[in-house]
Design a protein around this ligand. Structure first.
Ligand code: KG4
Ligand code: ZN
Length: 345
């Protein structure tokens, strides 16, 4: 319906804005700006919500301005504004939501009272829509989706755009959260996923037999908190000053998380006989997960297509929010939009 959308994303520690353009089936990025407070998180070992929101307040306007400048557009060139309204940290969500509401109100056409359309986007769905961006052969339906991020691990069966069945998810920690918590136990900086992956490259993934709970649970749920506890116990017994011990433990953590994710995804692919699978979320940037899932999918059925966004579109960004908005029929009056920190799928 709309050709050019500004997408705003501030659900966690990133402040992001992007301008995307849709022509036919093709979605093109005109700009994609992400400002991260990850350096602060590294310093303090994780996200401090109040601090994250304060940083976002400082940078949201410059980030939106830069997104428009890079796209070489002024407000007249924007057809609609999309914003993440949940789930996430309330202070962080409010920064994006209130900015988008204000822009929708003040960017009316020559003060005619006709507001810029405002499209609220569920952050979790946004992650999946990274698969439609600059993809010459975007996914079609039915389609199995695995979302693996810092806050979520969800298996979803999509029947059409915005029409889906929730199959299962984590009962405790998310896959990314497990990476982050294990990294912290090993004295590695935040975000932990890339750090564990990097160290694990030269480790033996089979050396430590870590728990894989719920592998045979018969449903599509996950549980990762036991893995973190096992790593906590092991790290008090092992000599982590020995770099090879640390490498082996990292390789085993990565192996355990990726094996668990792959097992349940394949189970769902078989049961629902899907021809297409998509990955999404920060952990989808993990090379081992990508390679092993591709191998497993090809072994199951070489005709199944696997979609994985490029790494910079796996982690939080505004482009995925704008992309999802192209397929949404939801438009809301700015004064009615509320942030919803516990929004689900
Ligand atoms: O999707 P995302 O940017 O934010 C949320 O919505 O949560 O995901 C962040 C998560 C973090 O837990 C981070 O450790 C993980 O994604 N992550 C990775 C990798 N890159 C980011 N985990 C494993 N391997 C990676 N290469
Ligand atoms: Zn996210």
């Amino acid at each position: 319906m709309y050709k050019t959308i500004l997408g705003i994303e501030t659900s966690c520690d990133e402040t992001a804005a992007a301008v995307l353009q849709k022509g036919g089936d093709k979605i093109k990025i005109l700009s994609n700006i992400v400002s991260s407070s990850a350096l602060l998180q590294t310093k303090y070992g994780g996200i401090i919500p109040e601090q994250a929101a304060r940083e976002q307040l400082k940078v949201i306007i410059p980030v939106v301005k830069e997104a428009l400048e890079q796209a070489n557009l002024k407000r007249e060139g924007i057809d609609a504004i999309a914003v993440t309204y949940g789930p996430g940290l309330i202070g962080s969500l409010l920064v994006g939501v209130e900015t988008a509401k204000t822009l929708a109100l003040v960017w009316d056409e020559q003060s005619s009272g006709i507001l810029k359309p405002l499209i609220p986007v569920n952050h979790l769905l946004g992650h999946f829509y990274a698969n439609w961006i600059e993809n010459p052969t975007p996914p079609s339906f039915p389609l199995l989706g695995l979302l693996v991020s810092g806050g979520h691990t969800d298996l979803v069966l999509f029947k059409d755009h915005m029409d889906y069945e929730y199959l299962g998810g984590t009962r405790d920690d998310a896959a990314g959260e497990c990476f982050d918590k294990c990294a912290r136990l090993l004295g590695l900086p935040y975000p932990g996923g890339p750090e564990i992956s990097k160290l694990g490259e030269n480790g033996d993934p089979k050396l430590f037999n870590l728990p894989k709970p719920m592998m045979a649970s018969g449903d599509y749920d996950f549980s990762f908190s036991g893995l973190k506890t096992a790593v906590a116990n092991l790290s008090s017994q092992l000599n982590l000053e020995n770099p090879q011990v640390k490498r082996d433990l990292c390789a085993s953590i990565e192996e355990t998380i990726t094996e668990t994710l792959i097992r349940k995804t394949l189970k769902a692919a078989k049961q629902f006989n899907v021809g297409q699978i998509m990955l999404a979320g920060g952990v989808a940037a993990n090379q081992k997960l990508k390679t092993k899932l591709q191998e497993a999918v090809t072994k199951l059925n070489p005709d199944i297509e696997l979609y994985i966004p490029p790494p910079h579109l796996c982690t939080d960004n505004g482009a995925m929010i704008a992309a999802a908005a192209f397929f949404s029929k939801k438009i809301i009056h700015p004064l009615e939009l509320q942030a919803d920190p516990s929004l689900g799928l």
